[in-house]
Design a protein around this ligand. Sequence first.
Ligand SMILES: C[S@@+](CC[C@H](N)C(=O)[O-])C[C@H]1O[C@@H](n2cnc3c(N)ncnc32)[C@H](O)[C@@H]1O
Length: 430
Amino acid sequence: MRLGGRLQAAIEVLSEIDTRHRPVPEALKDWGLSHRFAGSGDRGAISNLVHDALRMKLSHGFIMDGDQPADLAIATLLRQWDLTPEALAASLDGDRFAPEIPSVEHLDACLARDLSAAPAHVQADIPEWLAASFENAFGEDWIAEAQALTARPPLDLRANTLCTSREQVLEAFADQGAIPTRLAPHGVRIESGKGPERQIAATSEVSFARGWFEIQDEGSQLAAALVGAEPGEDILDYCAGGGGKSLAFAAAMQNQGQINAYDADRRRLAPIVERMRRAGAEIIQIRERPSNLAGLELQMDRVLIDAPCTGTGTWRRRPDAKWRISDKNIADRMADQDKVLDAAAVYVRPGGELAYVTCSLLPEENTDRVKAFLQRHPEFETISLKQRWGSVAADPDAPVPYADQNLGLLLSPRRTGTDGFYFAGFRRKI
Ligand SMILES: C[S@@+](CC[C@H](N)C(=O)[O-])C[C@H]1O[C@@H](n2cnc3c(N)ncnc32)[C@H](O)[C@@H]1O
């Protein structure tokens, strides 16, 4: 397919998402099923166009003075794929599958519009009602922080030190330009491609089948490292999901000690079985049911709560989530977070630690929850995060996360080059 056909396809998929509220992966899949002639390069390019358009939906709408799917897709090519209006018009010329586009003069005039005249949330490309939360989280940097969430994310891998080294993983992906992550000591980064370029399918590699790495954002790797798991300890991963953090603990603990992996939804735990086998992680005990946790009360050296959250820190990966989030979502997640904090805290031994992690940037889910927890649980105190960060970050000169009076660390794409993650740590006094 030429650019015109890809542009037309992206417009159709964006319309489907907009009018029928379809999830992006489903809308893209359906388009692929009804256009079987499209090759994998075409599908990748169309997917990139759709995701990029959603990342900057509001500012594209402002610049184009219209937010129809065609406006968004055309603006994506001009503002994110760096095509000039002339180059775009030339590449669509004579392409019978291409949509009609405005004249070069009109597009030049659109690009000349001054985005700084737009309302702040439009410049930031976030829903208006969330602006106050972003400002609370980041102060005067909030627009720049929100704008950094509109970029394509890199692909981050965590080298599994149970069976290989970061150097070997770097070598395996040397052709793709892999580099060491700046902060996470075992991370490997492959930067995102530009325009139609697709991200590599790292999980199709032999090195993946051999257990050399897991796909894990650098922010998630850092959150796991901040927990501070050491060989020989007893750990509870209370919201273990597919086990991303449990696997990181097993490597940090050199397969010595015990990790109890629990999740309220036991179907989410199922992938751990295969992942443990592949990674050679031998110390993970899967706890499928609440009753399997009996007897662990006051016994754990460390408990991690990787809490259910709105995922605002991962908007680079799921840009449609940015336009779906509601007040009710946030309120529901806050209630879940208080519930898991109370439920998981009972397993921490005196002197042991409780870690609270979200992949959200909203203070409502982060510092507010921590303050409320400390009020309900005077038997816990916060731990010094400055020291902990120093022991985790590979590069002491690298940017540090936001820290609010020792009430947690906040990582973000702009500040730390990671997904947005929040980490807070507590110690049980008695
Ligand atoms: C952010 S995800 C966990 C991701 C996982 N730790 C990882 O690193 O791959 C949050 C998890 O919390 C679980 N969850 C939600 N409510 C819970 C509860 N009350 N008790 C335990 N787990 C809960 C969800 O099923 C979900 O798997």
